[in-house]
Design a protein around this ligand. Sequence first.
Ligand SMILES: Nc1ncnc2c1ncn2[C@@H]1O[C@H](COP(=O)(O)OP(=O)(O)OP(=O)(O)O)[C@@H](O)[C@H]1O
Length: 353
Amino acid sequence: MTEIVMENLGKDFGDFTALAGMNLTIGDGEFVALLGPSGCGKSTTMNMIAGMLDPSHGEIRFDGRPMNGVPMARRGVGFVFQNYAIFTHMSVRENLAYGLRAQGVGRSEITRRVAEIAELLQLTPMLDRRAAGLSVNILQRLAIGRSAVVEPAIFLLDEPLSNVDAAFRAVMRSELKSLQRQFRQTMVYVTHDQLEAMTMADRIAVMDHGRLLQVGTPLEVYNHPADTFVARFIGAPGMNLLSGQVVSSDSGTQVDLGAAGRSGPVMAAQGGDVLFGFRPEEVQPDPAGPLAMQVSMVERIGARTILHLVTQGHEAKAVLDSETPTPGQGEVFRFSIPAASVRLFDAKTERAL
Ligand SMILES: Nc1ncnc2c1ncn2[C@@H]1O[C@H](COP(=O)(O)OP(=O)(O)OP(=O)(O)O)[C@@H](O)[C@H]1O
């Protein structure tokens, strides 16, 4: 187990800044997901932690030891990539044992550890099969096992599930989490998939355009996004953000949302232009509610219904239980948002107020 400290870390490729001013401490045994859209600098960050890329600025320390200039082989990191790297001419067992052999681990210890990791990753039935004939799903599971079995102090995974199918991805999410619980490794997991980050990570580091925007537990980033990018990026669908104005009257402080109506009372420390944020799941159908928008589409997805709502200049979504009666397309939907669920953002800076 190792603590990773990134201090003012940055990377330039020529004139292009792929990462700037990254300050992040990943605790001993913590599982942190680097989450953001394609090109935001996740892999660049990961490659610098691994030692495959030298920082242009700042420092990386493992347990207080500066790592700049230390080659990958001497960092004690395990790395699993998007594209599995396994030896196809070897059996599953030989692949799993490879790293332990290279470390000179004794025979009985190798047998024990290979059996343990195979069990954890459900590879036991295929231990004696040649890797060449296995499916992509199994190969990626094997690639994870092969890196995990040597129990590196730091385990780095760069989009390890992006090539496997959706059902298998769900299984792997829980397996990776139990793997980490069992070994208590410090784990850094790169993904653009917020569901993976939300379900597995202890904390999520949300990135965009080479910047770290927010670090927090899945619930913190979900409930208290630091800015509108995080608000939209986390959640499926993301947070609704309607332009409005904070107004104070005898009925208290409210947000005037123009054609959509005026919100119920909100806590607002300042007046002026805001973005009125609320999660689609927090929308409460309410015939006497203060807000009204027109239904542009009704999407029924199993246990839930997503209402697509529009009103001059505004778009929003509401996620309702499929049992809840809903108006049809073209009809008006009246609703309210509980005061505690409202998030206000400064219209100019787009930062949370
Ligand atoms: N060797 C390089 N030379 C020039 N530009 C690079 C290099 N490596 C990465 N970049 C650029 O740096 C930016 C960040 O890349 P990075 O791979 O870190 O993003 P990412 O968030 O991991 O996205 P993805 O999921 O698409 O890999 C991108 O715009 C990319 O084109």
